[in-house]
Ligand binder design. Sequence first.
Ligand SMILES: O=C(O)CCCC[C@@H]1SC[C@@H]2NC(=O)N[C@@H]21
Length: 272
Amino acid sequence: MPRRWPRSRWSVKPRLRVNNPPATWPQGVARHVLDRVDSTNAEAFRLAPTLGGPAWIMAREQQAGRGRRGRAWTDPPGNFAATLVLRPQGAAADAARLSFVAALAVHDALRDLCGPALNLSLKWPNDVLLNGGKLSGILLESSGAGGQVAVLAIGIGVNLAEAPEPSEVEAGALRPVSLAGETGLTMTPDDLLDALAVRFDEGMRQMAAYGFAPIRAAWLARAARLGETITARTGTAEITGRFDGVDETGALILTGPRGRQAISAADIHFGG
Ligand SMILES: O=C(O)CCCC[C@@H]1SC[C@@H]2NC(=O)N[C@@H]21
């Protein structure tokens, strides 16, 4: 139930389904909920050999969450920490496109639960922003050999209850925000898991049927700062240019003084 309702910023009442898993949970997908774990991504790799198909692994408490680029991810109680483990038997490039499916699924599941007025947007490659601050992060990890992915772990963290202090994230990073802090809305991790599993399954089916193009289009329709000047920091370079979209591999397209560049791995900074 909403704790408070800031009418000035909202035009639509949120729809929250509490403690009521939908009958629409995708068929053939396992659902594991753990009380405590080090990292749901680590658990995904431990469980993978025992799984007969895709599985969501959610933990009520995650003690050693992993973030992108070797960073830690902290999870205060009430936040969402889950991993979808897949055995895609495909190339690494195909797996990378699933991070866009994941970000879209998080975005759309939150909108399903809270209503369309929730001010969400997406930041390349797969952050979900609320009121311009970072609400959710996604970490893809894989194992395999010869360019083929045997196990893919898509780990998703969402600050439902609490965000880390700005001092806990690195300088220049987006302000961390939580759903409760920004809107007063409360949502259980279980409710988000159920909505997310449905949305992710839809995205996977869409990609299987029509390829990456509709996923890319839907992602771009929700993208923050499209057409604006942004900065991409790779390990070795800093590239500033106009954010012109995402190519068919999922690489970020920046147009700057050196022309059009496709960037496949970087941290993005909005500046200003
Ligand atoms: O740095 C990022 O933005 C990505 C953060 C991903 C955190 C999630 S929480 C669930 C899953 N398990 C982990 O150890 N990490 C991911």
